[in-house]
Design a protein around this ligand. Structure first.
Ligand code: SAH
Length: 355
């Protein structure tokens, strides 16, 4: 029996059905029952595994791409190095190790992490082992007086979405209600939705469109800083250019689950609408949306994999070869995951990406 389920049922009985966004926010970040607020869900023993947990090569190559942008922009003397949703801190640890050889980079960086989960903040602190980290709950709190170099891997998919189902020139909102004592999905009455005016031409009656207001606000805050102060962002996630259809899903124990079955006990995600992020990020320019496999190949993952393989044998070598394949192969993470780069209009795009 989930404590959060009882809380949500009581609230819906009092206030009426809740939007998917409000449901998702509580399931993930409720201070005492939220999925991320209370645990470290990553890795083989957890519910899901992410690219930085699969191989050190992922963070090394992303770090070197950002460091090259920093060099190309004239090695600014003090800059913000930020990560959204750093999980176990593995990506940032690999970035910091790989960039140690870049002269001046470490002396100039100020490390800022955006993380709401107290449990994961503790894991990140232990992993990174430094006393100069500033944590923030919200991206808005990042400094706006220095160039921003930012990473986000599997962060935007965790932000709460709304789902709207088209009916003529109106939309019905998918909401969580209560029926016979259980949580159930329902539809609101049709209403106009100004934010979906541009979707009249590419949707039909019955189609579901997702909106992530939080993602757009954060992309806006990132783009404003990069546009004004310089820097770059690398955003990696599953999703596509423009969202269509129901991508709301739950994962527990490496298996998909019913998102309403056990509130707070499963990871809830939705695909990222990269078009919405790119548009919200103006005045920053954006790169073409690029498959993760293509991006990592362009950055030289095969050469790096061969170098690392020289020191390995037996099961460790097999695991290393499998990890390389998993990150890049089109049938594994290579195509489903995409990379979007944000950069100043007057600068070159990050290495590995094109406009
Ligand atoms: N980037 C990591 C972890 C991905 S899991 C990796 O690739 O391994 C998602 C991360 O985002 C977790 O650290 C989670 O606590 C954090 N997170 C989720 N929603 C958030 C929010 N609204 N604000 C800040 N952090 C959030």
């Amino acid at each position: 029996m989930s404590g959060l389920r009882d809380i949500l049922i009581a609230r819906i009985r009092a206030d009426g059905p809740m939007t998917l966004a409000d449901y998702m926010a509580d399931c993930l970040m409720h201070p005492t029952h939220g999925y991320y607020a209370t645990r470290d869900p990553l890795g083989a023993a957890g519910d899901f595994t992410t690219a930085p947990e699969i191989s050190q090569m992922f963070g090394e190559l992303l770090g070197l791409s950002l460091a090259q942008v920093w060099l190309d922009q004239g090695s600014p003397g003090a800059f913000t190095l930020a990560e959204c949703g750093p999980g176990r801190g593995t990506l940032m640890a690999d970035v910091l190790r790989a960039t140690r050889a870049v002269p001046g980079f470490h002396a100039a960086l100020r490390l800022h992490l955006i993380e709401t989960s107290p449990a994961l903040r503790a894991v990140q602190a232990a992993r990174l082992g430094r006393d100069d980290i500033t944590w923030h709950d919200h991206l808005d709190a990042l400094p706006d007086d220095a160039p921003l170099f930012l990473l986000a891997n599997e962060f935007f998919d965790a932000l709460p979405i709304r789902q709207l189902q088209r009916e003529g020139d109106m939309w019905r909102e998918r909401c969580v209600g209560v029926q016979d004592g259980a949580l159930t999905l329902g539809l609101s009455a049709p209403k106009p939705v100004a934010a979906l005016a541009h979707r009249q031409d590419d949707t039909r009656d019955g189609d579901i469109v997702e909106i992530c207001a939080g993602a757009q606000a954060m992309a806006g805050a990132i783009g404003a800083r990069i546009g004004a102060q310089g820097g770059a962002a690398l955003i990696v996630d599953y999703g596509d250019w423009r969202s269509l259809g129901d991508t709301f899903q739950a994962v527990a124990g490496h298996q998909t689950a019913d998102p309403l079955a056990d509130p707070g006990e499963a990871d809830l995600t939705a695909h990222v609408d990269f078009e919405a992020l790119a548009q919200a990020a103006t005045p920053a320019a954006h790169t073409r949306l690029t498959p993760q496999g293509v991006f990592l190949e362009r950055l030289g993952i095969t050469a790096r994999a061969q170098t690392l393989a020289q020191g390995l044998e037996g099961a460790a070598l097999e695991a290393h070869v499998a990890a390389h394949r998993r990150l890049t192969h089109p049938t594994e993470m290579g195509t489903v995951f995409k990379v979007l780069g944000l950069f100043p209009e007057t600068a070159a795009p990050p290495p590995g990406l094109e406009t």
